[in-house]
Structure formats: structure tokens, C-alpha cells
Write a protein that binds this ligand. Structure first.
Ligand SMILES: Cc1ncc(COP(=O)(O)O)c(C=O)c1O
Length: 399
């Protein structure tokens, strides 16, 4: 007999636990060198400016900040987003900006509008695990577009032309750290437009560059065919749960209705807080600080990898964002290495988590923003030892 009265919808069979969230439970071990988490550095959160902003908001506009609000979001915040995107090379109107509860909600809402059973959504290989999770309950099949180290190959887009959309992460991708060059962005947009393949552009890391800002968003090259998603999580703090979606008119109206059904609107208090904070003009200095902090982590990891792993793995040094992506020798299964690594006091995320259909077992993702330089070096040294040992064991077994 059914032990519960609940009869679950078919789509629940598509829900998947996030491997990363599962790992985070193990990663609570004291002393563990955490190269596995995907969280921004809490040392860089603007806690004091936020405390001051919250005092001002509660003193000056408590009735508005604590009241229900419009689904689209606070006009001043939408205006700020439009101005900011203009500076980044994407000219849009504030009327096209929908404030969301993180860009993760943007992914869910777009999926709700576009996907259903029997359809496909195209993704990069590898891609952001949280997007695969967001798309899954809408019962479309995720298919991978062929990629190289600069991102999706424009000449291969026709292979996924039947998909309802192509999900793209052009800036410092999670998990690979790769950044799609300007010329490739133009080609992808042109090819997608020619194929009638809409784009979902997810850009939470675009402001986290180290030497030079990334090129204009792909959306700038095909605004009518792109839903662009942004976030305050990596530039201010993820606990605010604020992001935004920018969409062409007919899709925009449906996104607003889908959001209204989901949560009426994003938190008004957080929106007022962020508007107040942004109007103080603190963001540029704050971002300089975050970039400097993350660049130190990137340099420490690049150095440690060069010292300990140059004969064991290949990688690209990321020019922004939070992650290195390592390709190990083919015979190493990163998921099997992980329990040993945790035993030895270091964590990472096995690459297999980030693939929709054709996983790479011999890859892994390392975050360089959680630990200080000495511990990054220690963690990478431990990892190198483990890989060396695994290779030695395997060649021993082979003999
Ligand atoms: C690529 C990507 N998209 C979206 C998100 C979700 O971010 P948010 O906090 O804005 O919901 C993340 C979070 O790590 C991410 O890495």
C-alpha cells in the first residue's frame, strides 16, 4: 500500500539533488581546505554599508520597504540596471527589466515559459549545474552543443537548432572559467538568429574580471532573441536574493505573469536596501576590492597548480570569476577521488556534475575564492599527491 497519501506529479521524477549541495554537507568538516564550494567570499560582503543603508531605509521609507510591491520591481532599481547594462554595451530600457529573486529564479521562469515534455533545451558542455536543475522539472531534454575552450562552436549550432533555446554563460563560466571572445559572440548571435534559436544568456560573473572587462553581452548582438539574466549575488551578496531578467516585449509580459504566480515580487526590503546602497556610489570601489581579493586567489591557485600539477593536468588560467577547471589524465575518475580527498582534508567538485548528456569523468572544478593563498597551495599540493597515487596504483594494477 502507498505509505503516503501524496500522489506525485510525473515531473517530480526529474528533480535532482544538487551534487554540490550534497557535498557541502560533507564539507562542513573542521579544517577542510574547501576548493569545492561555489560561494562568493564572505570576507568581501559589504556588511557595514548594508547596515547603514538598512538604518536609512527603515528611518526614511519604512512603509514602502515593508509593504507588498509591484511584480516588475522597484523603478529606481530597474533604472539602475538599465544604466549599468548600457555601460556594459547592452542598450535596453528600464521597462524591459524584471527584478527577480536571484538569477536562479530567472532560469526557472524562462524555463516555465519555453520548455515542456517532448522539447529540448541546448546547453554548453559543460554547463552550470543549477541551470540543469532549473530546467529539469519542465520535462524538456537537455542537449549539449559542441564547445571548445572559447565556448560553443557557432558552426555546430545547427545540430541543436530544434531546441527551444540555447543556454549560454559567456563570462567566466561556471564551471570552466572560460570567457567567450568578442568575435565568437557575434558569430553565435548571428548563427542563432539565422536558425531561429533563442538565447538565454546568464551573466552573474561579468563584473568579476581581473585585468579587463569582458566584451559586450551576446544579447547586444541579438536583443530580440535573447533573455539576459543578471544578479546582485556576486557583486554584493547572495543572501539578498536579487537578480534581474531583461527580455524583449512579448516575452517580458509573460515573465512578469509567471513571476507574479511564483512569488508576487522579490523582497521589497532588499530592493530598497540595494537602491540606497547603489545610490551612495560605493559599488565601483567595492568591486575593485572584490576583484583584487579574487585575483590574489586566482594567482595563488595558478602558482600552486604550476608547482604541483603541471605534469598531471591541463587548465586555462581564468581572467575573472571564481573557478579553475582541471582536466586530469583519462584514467582518473574525479568522483572516485573525492572521498579520498575529503579524508586527506581537501574538497573539490567532480566535473561529471556539470554535463547534461556526455560527462567527462576526468575533470574537476576548483574554487579560488573561499580559502587564503597558503591554504590554496596546501589543498592543491594534497590533490596532486592523490592524483599521483591514483596513477601509481593504476599502473601497478596494470602490470
Ligand atoms: C552560472 C550561474 N547562474 C546563476 C546562479 C544563481 O545565482 P543567483 O544567486 O543570482 O540566483 C549561479 C550561482 O552560483 C551561477 O553560478
Amino acid at each position: 500500500m502507498n505509505p503516503t497519501a501524496f500522489r506525485l506529479a510525473q515531473r517530480t521524477s526529474r528533480l535532482t539533488p544538487s551534487m554540490i549541495r550534497e557535498l557541502m554537507k560533507l564539507m562542513g568538516r573542521p579544517g577542510l581546505v574547501s576548493l569545492g564550494g561555489g560561494l562568493p567570499s564572505a570576507d568581501g560582503f559589504p556588511a557595514e554599508p548594508l547596515r547603514e543603508a538598512s538604518q536609512r531605509v527603515l528611518a526614511q521609507t519604512p512603509r514602502e520597504a515593508l509593504q507588498y510591491g509591484t511584480t516588475e520591481g522597484l523603478p529606481a532599481l530597474r533604472e539602475w540596471v538599465a544604466q549599468r547594462l548600457l555601460q556594459r554595451g547592452l542598450a535596453i530600457h528600464a521597462a524591459q527589466v524584471l527584478i527577480t529573486s536571484g538569477s536562479q529564479q530567472g532560469l526557472d521562469l524562462v524555463a516555465k515559459l519555453l520548455l515542456e515534455g517532448g522539447t529540448q533545451v541546448a546547453v554548453e558542455s559543460p554547463t552550470y549545474l543549477g541551470a540543469l536543475q532549473a530546467f529539469a522539472p519542465y520535462e524538456a531534454d537537455a542537449v549539449e552543443v559542441a564547445c571548445d575552450e572559447a565556448g560553443p562552436l557557432p558552426e555546430r549550432l545547427h545540430e541543436v537548432a530544434d531546441a527551444r533555446a540555447l543556454y549560454l554563460l559567456p563570462n567566466f563560466q561556471n564551471p570552466t572559467g572560460r570567457c567567450i571572445p568578442q568575435a565568437r559572440r557575434v558569430q553565435i548571435a548571428a548563427q542563432a538568429q539565422a536558425l531561429g534559436l533563442p538565447l538565454i544568456e546568464d551573466d552573474p560573473y561579468g563584473d568579476l574580471w581581473f585585468d579587463r572587462a569582458p566584451p559586450a553581452p551576446v544579447a547586444a548582438h541579438w536583443p530580440q532573441g535573447t533573455v539576459y539574466l543578471g544578479s546582485f549575488s556576486k557583486i554584493l551578496a547572495p543572501g539578498l536574493r536579487l537578480g534581474y531578467a531583461v527580455a524583449p516585449a512579448p516575452v517580458y509580459d509573460l515573465l512578469v505573469q509567471a513571476k507574479q504566480a511564483a512569488d508576487l515580487h522579490s523582497g521589497m526590503f532588499a530592493q530598497h536596501l540595494v537602491v540606497d546602497l547603489l545610490h551612495t556610489g560605493m559599488l565601483d570601489t567595492h568591486l575593485d576590492d572584490v576583484r583584487a581579493r579574487y585575483r590574489l586567489g586566482r594567482d595563488a591557485m595558478a602558482q600552486a597548480l604550476h608547482t604541483h600539477m603541471r605534469d598531471l593536468a591541463t587548465w586555462q588560467v581564468p581572467q575573472g570569476g571564481m573557478f579553475f577547471w582541471l582536466t586530469l589524465p583519462r584514467q582518473i575518475d574525479a568522483a572516485r577521488l573525492l572521498p579520498l580527498a575529503i579524508e586527506q582534508g581537501v574538497s573539490f567538485v567532480p566535473g561529471v556534475a556539470f554535463f547534461a548528456t556526455t560527462p567527462m569523468h576526468h575533470a574537476l572544478r576548483l574554487s579560488f575564492v573561499t580559502e587564503p593563498a597558503e591554504r590554496i597551495a596546501q589543498g592543491v599540493a594534497t590533490l596532486a599527491q592523490l592524483v599521483r597515487r591514483a596513477l601509481a596504483n593504476q599502473s601497478g594494477q596494470a602490470q
